[in-house]
Write a protein of this length. Structure first.
Length: 82
């Protein structure tokens, strides 16, 4: 999928942190500079995905996952993490 950073809005870590699945409706996670909306995923219900919480940059944590970054293919990036 072609991602165009210039067309996406930017969000701070504080803004991302509010989208943790608890404080707001939205459930967002950041990976390699992009922010993804994972609200449609039943695997991220309530903002929790196994031991991981939404609302943060999970780039480094991916190494703990049993899957690759391929899991992001079905999600459109909705923003850029500042
Ligand atoms: C202990 C760590 C983790 C476990 C056990 C785990 C497990 C899983 C499993 C079983 C799936 C669905 C099957 C698959 O696509 O392989 C999945 C999907 C996914 N995981 Fe993880 N994961 C972990 C960590 C992470 C981390 C750190 C991230 C983010 C960087 C992440 C992001 C995702 C996403 C975006 C999906 C796709 C959800 C969907 O398709 O609805 N996972 N994970």
């Amino acid at each position: 999928m072609d991602k165009s950073p210039l067309q996406l809005p930017s969000f701070s870590k504080a803004q991302l942190a509010l989208r943790n699945g608890q404080d707001r409706e939205e459930i967002w996670i950041a990976y390699k500079g992009f922010i993804y909306d994972v609200k449609s995923s039943r695997l991220w219900r309530g903002g929790k995905h196994y031991e991981h919480w939404a609302g943060q940059d999970l780039t480094l944590e991916l190494s703990e996952a049993p899957h690759t970054e391929k899991v992001f293919d079905k999600f459109e990036a909705i923003g850029i993490l500042l």
